[in-house]
Each structure stands twice: as C-alpha cells, then as structure tokens.
Design a binder for this molecule. Structure first.
Ligand code: NDP
Length: 253
C-alpha cells in the first residue's frame, strides 16, 4: 500500500486557481485525488483547470466568494454534487492589505478576518457535516505571521495567528471522528500576493533572501509535498500541528 496515494479521494481547495493553492492542487492531482477548486475569478478558474487537466485527472472549478456568508456551504455542496463525497479540505484562500495598524478602516479589518479566518471556520464546519461519518483531512494555511509580528500586516497577522488556534481547536474536537486538522505555515513564496508585497515594502525581496537559510524564495510547487502528506494516510496520527514550509526562515534566530 502506498501511504501517500490519494486515489478515490475528493479534495476541495479554496484559492486553488493560483499561487500556493494551485501548487497544492497540482500535488493532490499528481497523487491521484479528484479536485474542486474555489475562486472568485472565472477567468483564473478556467486557466487553472486547463493547466491542471490531463486525461486521467478529474478537476473542476467553481466561482464562490468564501468571505461571504454561506460561501463555505456552497463550496462544500458543489464538491458533493460534482464528485459524491469530500475527503480533503484545504483552506487556502487569503489576501492582505498592507498598512500601519492605525491606518486600517474597520471594513478592511473585517474583510481580512472574514477572508483569511472566518472562511476557514465556515468551510470546515460545512465539511464536517460530511466528514464526520467518513473521516477526513483539513489543511489550514497560516503564515510566518502566525509566529512573528510585522508592522504592516496587523489584520493579516491576527487572522493567521487565529488559523493556528482554530486548527488546534478543530483537531481536538474532531479527532474522535477520525478527522485530522493541521496547519501549514508557508515562508515567503513567489505568488501574486507577494509580488504585491514586494511593491509595497521596501527591500522586501532582498531581506527575505538574507533571512532564509535556503537562500531563495519559495515557489508554489514547494507546497505540493506537504499537501499530499497531510491529505494522505501517512499523516493519520498527526493532528493539530502547524508545519513551517519556509526554507528555514522560522528556524534562524
Ligand atoms: P494568491 O494571491 O496568489 O492567491 C490567492 C487565492 O485566493 C486566489 O486563488 C484567489 O482567487 C483566492 N481568493 C482570495 N480571496 C478569495 C475569496 N474571498 N473567495 C474565494 N477565493 C479567494 O496568494 P498566495 O497563493 O500567495 O496565498 C495563498 C494562501 O497562502 C493565503 O492564505 C496566504 O495568506 C497564504 N500565504 C502566502 C504566502 C506567500 O508567501 N505567498 C506566505 C504565507 C502564507 P480569486 O482571486 O479568483 O478569488
């Protein structure tokens, strides 16, 4: 038996049409899973499905804004309607607005918490209704800001700190249902999100290079292996963990 095989498993990946989500969706498909991608932008969804499609693969995308009330229910229902089951949920969709803390408006604060944290809770809750009878795997995407403070990301950091505690709470509650819930904390990965950060934050590119022992920025495919591992039987006794995938960024003092 291949402990990492995902044949017969159905995965829902929020924010799977680009960046880290696309890298993880690609890994899950490679390991044999069927994947439903969730994103708001129809053109990006179509591009991702085209890029991921191969004759032996089952992959679809759905347009949903998971920051809206009911978004998680719609996404989970789409997975069940399309593929008949749900085994793996990756709560990856996320965004950021970079400002000094005193400059956030309350609407911006709420949008960031809703998109990055509340959506993970609501998607997980919707998934639990199905996974409680079958078992399952939930993977929440945190960040280095789950561990460290930054002057320019108070709302984002609060949401990502919350992701780690949400992960531990869900892991504790749902272990009895054979649902493992873990978090992945990416380091600095080259995506649309961090291309924006490099415009907003002076010298970010070089500062990240200097601080990362691996000596490079990550790429979305660096997240494929951990997604397969946490989605597979290989990780059945791991729950409530928060695993950095950061080229050593968080290890270096
Ligand atoms: P991208 O901006 O490249 O991708 C974000 C994805 O989320 C897109 O697919 C986007 O699709 C989707 N998305 C955003 N908001 C919503 C929404 N309201 N409803 C549905 N989908 C949404 O970012 P990354 O790939 O870099 O980030 C992915 C995750 O990884 C995020 O949670 C981010 O915080 C986290 N992360 C990223 C790091 C990095 O260095 N890149 C480091 C640490 C964590 P669409 O626009 O179509 O809605």
């Amino acid at each position: 038996m291949d402990a990492f095989a995902l044949e017969g498993r159905v995965a829902l990946v929020t924010g799977g049409n680009g960046g880290i989500g696309l890298g993880m969706a690609s890994g899950l498909l490679e390991a044999g899973a069927t994947v439903l991608i969730v994103g708001r932008n129809a053109a990006k969804n179509n591009r991702a499905v085209k890029e991921l499609s191969q004759p032996t693969r089952r992959v679809k995308a759905i347009e949903v804004d998971i920051a809206l009330d009911g978004g998680g229910d719609v996404a989970v229902k789409a997975a069940i309607d399309s593929f008949g089951r749900l085994d793996i949920l990756i709560n990856n969709a996320g965004t950021n607005i970079r400002r000094q803390p005193q400059d956030y408006g309350v609407a911006e604060w709420r949008m960031l918490i809703d998109t990055n944290l509340t959506s993970a809770f609501l998607c997980s809750k919707a998934a639990y209704a199905h996974m409680r009878s079958t078992g399952g795997k939930i993977i929440n995407i945190g960040s280095m800001t789950s561990l460290f403070g930054t002057s320019f990301s108070a709302a984002y950091g609060a949401s990502k700190g919350g992701i780690v505690q949400l992960t531990k709470a869900l892991a504790s509650a749902w272990a009895k249902d054979n649902i493992q819930v873990n978090a992945v904390l990416p380091g600095w990965i080259d995506t649309d999100l961090t291309r924006g950060a490099r415009k907003d934050v002076t010298d970010l590119h070089d500062k990240v290079l200097a601080r990362t022992p691996a000596g490079r920025w990550g790429v979305p495919s660096d997240l494929a292996g951990v997604a397969i591992f946490l989605a597979s039987k290989a990780s059945d006794f791991i729950t409530g963990a928060a695993i950095p995938v950061d080229g050593g960024y968080s290890a270096q003092g």
